[in-house]
Design a protein around this ligand. Structure first.
Ligand SMILES: Nc1ncnc2c1ncn2[C@@H]1O[C@H](COP(=O)(O)OP(=O)(O)OP(=O)(O)O)[C@@H](O)[C@H]1O
Ligand SMILES: [Mg+2]
Length: 252
């Protein structure tokens, strides 16, 4: 589904992503873990076209995407959510879901929706889809409320609903469990599993090991810009390199 070869992203002298290669299988929920500063979000930014890789190649469903911008990659069906979602606080929850995900759409998307003569019908169709996905994440009762009333966990779910409106093939989730209470975490885990059963492939950055171990197979482990290892939860848990990466990160 998604293949990276020798991917590098350097900021000045810092190689935040330092020669990473992997292949993510269609239909998987692949985990991406590693200590703070390991390069996980930077890798996501490369995959989703927010950063142009310094070197290396990326292929999505067999097509080279390295060097393409975020709008183009999003239209190919590869969507991402943000580590810290920032909904427009005074707009309604529904309006936020109806918005094209920030930085992920091009003019063509908008001209589809706003072509002369079809505005009202298209707007209604978009609204129906947004309501459908809001209900899917269990937040349809809040559709009319301003987004500022949302809790951290609800923001994560609204962000998920927002990318689902575009019906992506693969979703990159940046810390879906961060700052989320245990009950909401169960909802998030369940919704990801349901979407996966419907055929959506996931790559999930997460520090919450409970979520990772329940949901993700395989798991990729990054440290200091490099891919340290990959394997199933038990292999990752028992690997001394992983333990050391986390202890080293904690001591730094
Ligand atoms: N735009 C940028 N300019 C310069 N350095 C950056 C930039 N983005 C990230 N970095 C650096 O790259 C390294 C990796 O950061 P990144 O945010 O990718 O880590 P992460 O694994 O997502 O960490 P966390 O778990 O804390 O979210 C860090 O040293 C960070 O300071
Ligand atoms: Mg990060």
């Amino acid at each position: 589904m998604l293949v990276a070869r020798d991917l590098v992203k350097a900021f000045g002298g810092v190689r935040a992503v330092d020669g990473v290669s992997f292949a993510i299988g269609r239909g998987t929920i692949t985990g991406l873990i590693g200590p703070n500063g390991a390069g996980k979000t930077t890798l996501f930014n490369c995959l989703a076209g927010f950063h142009r890789p310094t070197s290396g190649t990326l292929a999505f469903q067999g097509t080279r995407i390295d060097g393409e911008g975020p709008d183009r990659i999003f239209r190919r069906g590869l969507a991402r959510t943000f580590q810290i979602p920032r909904p427009f606080p005074e707009m309604s929850v529904l309006e936020n879901v109806m918005l094209a995900p920030a930085g992920q759409t091009g003019e063509r998307f908008w001209s589809n929706w706003f072509a002369a003569g079809t505005v009202a019908r298209e707007e209604r169709a978009l609204r129906d889809r947004a309501m459908h996905w809001l209900a899917f994440v269990g937040l349809d009762a809040l559709a009319g409320r301003p987004a500022r009333v949302l809790s951290g966990g609800q923001r994560k779910l609204v962000e998920l609903a927002r990318v689902l409106v575009a019906e992506p093939t693969m979703i990159l989730l940046d810390e879906p469990g961060a700052g989320v209470n245990p009950r909401m975490l169960d909802t998030i885990v369940d919704r990801i599993a349901t979407l996966n059963a419907q055929g959506i492939t996931f790559l999930v950055i997460e520090h919450n090991m409970d979520l990772v171990m329940r949901l993700c197979r395989p798991i990729l482990v990054m440290a200091q810009g490099r891919l340290l290892m990959q394997g199933d939860p038990d292999a990752v848990r028992g690997d001394p390199r992983v333990v050391e990466a986390y202890l080293g990160g904690a001591a730094a």
